[in-house]
Design a protein around this ligand. Structure first.
Ligand code: SAM
Length: 300
């Protein structure tokens, strides 16, 4: 198993730095508040990558032991350097390659399983939710931030109309038009084949999440507390352009035209979805409570 992200300079492409890692932690904490505790016994991070979230996390909360994992040895070694730049963390943190498919961790051994934008890379994410329930101790938490289907659906519709308008107006920036159109196509593919494991298995980004489906998966495996929290500002939808469009390497003038048209068109599509879904991502917060009622109910 491998990640296609090994083929790029991940930190450069996504502007990862110690500062961005602190921001990533602060914005997750902003959404979760006290749900994210200040200390955990054993914490397991999945898909830590180069530490774009790990460093912020481990410098702001206390752990007895953090197991920081990723499928990619290359990314994990960058993460290791980043995190151990804080020498006081050396005794508490171990790094391990792990793709979530290996049976290497004992049941009821983890207090928090956490990941930042990684579940959508895992083909059978529902099995992983089941496995996480088994790995967690009583009162353990499952915390993942992941992209939202409905937001991206509205985004693709808006961008398609923008593309059509620009072509209709005779815009002749061929490279920019091609880059935008390829990006729309990529996203549209994942929307069209949502949930189709055969089609999605060969793709790096495999899932965009539908709230009710994730809720059902979490309840089905036994989580008693299941919250899906909006991650982003539904009143500032155009903010998403700041994170997406720079990655497309569009010319400044073309970028400006796209932004102006986005302001005009997006309401038409985003106005059709609920506020809770008008955000680029969700934070999944599940808790394993194992109270008597839920144990009895599970056996029934
Ligand atoms: C979008 S990156 C996020 C990295 C990091 N969490 C962050 O927020 O900067 C997704 C990460 O998931 C990892 N990944 C992909 N497939 C995986 C799998 N099956 N199991 C574990 N990690 C995986 C990739 O190597 C990559 O580091």
């Amino acid at each position: 198993m491998f990640t296609q992200l090994d083929n790029i300079d991940y930190d450069k492409h996504y502007s990862i730095s110690d500062e961005s890692s602190q921001q990533a932690f602060a914005s997750l904490k902003g959404v979760l508040g006290n749900r994210l505790k200040n200390n955990y016994g054993v914490l397991l991070e999945i898909g830590a990558g180069t530490g774009g979230f790990t460093k912020g996390l481990l410098t702001n909360i206390k752990v007895n032991r953090a197991i920081v994992t990723d499928i990619s040895p290359k990314m994990l070694s960058i993460c290791r350097k980043r995190v151990l730049g804080e020498s006081h963390l050396a005794d508490d943190v171990i790094f391990a390659t792990y793709s979530t498919g290996e049976n290497i961790l004992p049941s009821n051994s983890i207090d928090c399983i956490i990941g930042s934008f990684v579940l959508h890379h895992i083909l059978d994410y529902k099995s992983f939710i089941r496995k996480s329930y088994d790995l967690l101790k009583k009162d353990g938490a499952f915390i993942f931030s992941e992209p939202c289907y409905k937001f991206h659906d509205a985004l693709v519709l808006t961008m398609s109309e923008i593309l059509e308008t620009l072509i209709g107006e005779g815009d002749n920036s061929e490279v920019d038009l091609t880059r935008l159109s390829n990006w729309i196509h990529e996203l549209h593919f994942n929307l069209k084949y949502v949930g189709d494991q055969d089609v999605l298995s060969g793709r790096e980004d495999k899932h965009l999440f539908i709230r009710s489906e994730v809720e059902n998966s979490a309840f089905d495996v036994g989580f008693e507390l299941v919250e899906i929290l909006p991650y982003g500002d539904p009143d500032a939808i155009n903010q998403c352009l700041l994170s997406y469009l720079p990655q497309l390497d569009l010319s400044h003038i073309f970028l400006q035209k796209v932004s102006n048209l986005f302001d005009l068109y997006h309401i038409k599509y985003f106005g059709l979805i609920e506020r809770e879904d008008a955000v680029p991502a969700y934070v999944f917060f599940f808790k394993k409570k194992m109270n008597l009622f839920s144990r009895l109910f599970k056996n029934v």
